[in-house]
Design a protein around this ligand. Structure first.
Ligand code: FAD
Length: 478
């Protein structure tokens, strides 16, 4: 029997946006430190974080937590669940369980960085060691820098270095023998957290469901990703964004699976598909480092102009955009996909974001807040990066004068209008060519073809000119 002095140090692992056992760097480190025993896992519902939640995302998270708890139970352990301010809850728990060290994985938003500092200080004051690990990305923020030592602002150069770096293998899930046989706690019901049941069916949460989605994609669609990712009706993408956002899927595991797919590629085109997909994983890491080094981007332009951008912010136009009633079919299909599924295809996200920020000259923060409320995969860094890209205020953003034409985007990327018809039933019986011409049809023809579908709320050509003028004013080029 070991004496207390001989017994291995008790390690607490605090789960946050890393709701998995597989490929979890911090958890693996805690298991190593525990010398094969006594890792106690905990999740804390923090009201300051929940304040940014939504019904859909909290529901997804609760299911992911239930899956995580089951994975611990299958290993003879369990998940402790607490509610409150982690800088009070964790020192109390450490005292109660005689914990020597608390481990967690870093989170890159400003709010999380501040909270983590407070927690680390409170634990240190209580005499408990703290260990922060970089887990959410393969190459931690600051690892990949320009030759002058600065964080990258241009994605292409970041990507080249990211691609050439060696990638660590996924971390093993801790075995039953490294986990403490604790009795866990019940998870709260969603209403006890201040949220309602979600209004849509959610993708299945948890590591197994995430790994199955990735497998399905890597078995086939990844090889045609370069082309397939552009066409919303094809559903040729991995659909793992909610899994990477909640950490039910680890980034090293995701990368390793694509590296395995690379070995199965038959020709240059297929290798390109895998490479293109890996480059999207790198975009995610690019935006994570933008947020880490510039936490203020959550509410401020990354790239400011000389004068404020004269946003129009017209309430009726914003309401039409949110409802998918703009009279621009590809825009409306995207906004209705958001409402119906909590997801929007990437190409269409760019189109709807461009339409809001340029055609409607609406502040990107309005769109970001709406996406945060409705997307299941909302991720602060990616959502913000996407919005500031579209608004021409971000790092490596779309130039202000290059404005998507929603009609051409629909024609090019949804030629048969299959995606549009799926989400805009009023247009179900309208020929594809007429759908794409919709903004140019005369009122009588529109009424004849689809009386329930709106006329365009703005003229794209006019609004394009107005947006360029507004941005030039902001640049001081009046
Ligand atoms: C305005 C706007 C808002 C966005 N908001 C989010 C968001 O809240 N959360 C989010 O994860 N992505 C966001 N994206 C990026 C992208 O649209 C989604 O990641 C993608 O559509 C998710 O589908 P998928 O998993 O099938 O992607 P895939 O094409 O299969 O890509 C695989 C993974 O790579 C990452 N990725 C892909 N594209 C991007 C990108 N452009 N930027 C950063 N990471 C990327 C995601 O983690 C994604 O799951 C946004 C893009 C725009 C233009």
């Amino acid at each position: 029997m070991p004496t207390p002095a001989d017994s291995p140090p008790v390690q607490l692992f605090w789960h946050r946006q890393d709701l998995r056992l597989h490929d979890n760097r911090g958890l693996a480190a805690a298991a190593d430190a525990a010398e094969g025993e006594a890792v106690i896992p905990v999740f804390v519902f923090d009201d300051d974080v929940l304040a940014y939640g939504s019904d859909r995302r909290v529901a997804f998270m609760l299911e992911a937590l239930a899956e995580l708890r089951d994975a611990y139970r299958a290993r003879g352990s369990d998940l402790l669940v607490r509610r409150g301010d982690p800088s009070g809850v964790l020192p109390d728990l450490a005292l109660e369980r005689d914990v020597d060290a608390v481990h967690w994985n870093a989170d890159y938003s400003g709010l999380a960085q501040e909270r983590d500092e407070a927690v680390a200080d409170a634990l240190s004051a209580a005499g408990v060691e703290t260990h922060r690990h970089h887990d959410a990305v393969i190459h931690e923020p600051g690892d990949i820098r320009t030759n002058a030592g600065d964080p990258y602002q241009v994605y292409t150069y970041f990507w080249k270095k990211w691609r050439d770096r060696d990638k660590p293998d996924p971390f093993d899930a801790p075995g039953a023998d490294s986990l403490a046989a604790v009795a866990g706690d019940d998870l709260p019901a969603i209403d006890a957290l201040g949220f309602d049941e979600p209004d849509i069916d959610l993708p299945r949460a948890g590591h197994d469901a995430a790994a199955a989605r990735l497998d399905r994609f890597c078995d086939a669609d990844v090889y045609d990703y370069t082309d397939g990712r552009e066409y919303p009706a094809r559903e040729g993408t991995a659909r793992v964004s909610q899994d990477l956002a909640y950490g039910t899927l680890g980034p090293r595991e995701a990368y390793a699976r694509t590296a395995e797919a690379m070995t199965g590629a038959d020709d240059e085109g297929e290798r390109e598909g895998v490479d293109e997909f890996q480059s999207q994983l790198a975009w995610r890491e690019f935006y994570a480092q933008v947020l880490y080094f510039n936490p203020e981007v959550v509410s401020e332009n990354y790239d400011d102009y000389e004068h404020p951008i004269p946003w129009r912010n017209d309430a009726d136009e914003i309401a039409a955009w949110k409802a998918g009633e703009t009279g621009y079919p590809i825009v409306d299909a995207g906004m209705r996909q958001l409402k119906r599924e909590g997801y929007v295809h990437n190409r269409v996200r760019m189109v709807v974001a461009s339409f809001l920020t340029k055609d409607l000259l609406t502040d990107w923060r309005v769109g970001y807040a709406h996406f945060r409320e409705h997307l299941v995969d909302h991720d602060t860094a990616n959502d913000n990066g996407g919005w500031q890209w579209a608004a021409s205020t971000g790092t490596d953003a779309q130039p202000y004068f290059r404005i998507f034409n929603p009609q051409t985007q629909g024609e090019r990327y949804d030629p048969d209008a299959a995606y549009i018809r799926d989400y805009v039933p009023e247009l179900a019986d309208v020929p594809a060519a007429k759908i794409h011409e919709w903004p140019e049809l005369d009122a009588a023809e529109r009424t004849d073809l689809a009386p329930g579908y709106p006329a365009p709320i703005v003229d794209h050509g006019e609004r394009r000119e107005a947006a360029i003028e507004a941005f030039e004013t902001a640049r001081g080029e009046e």
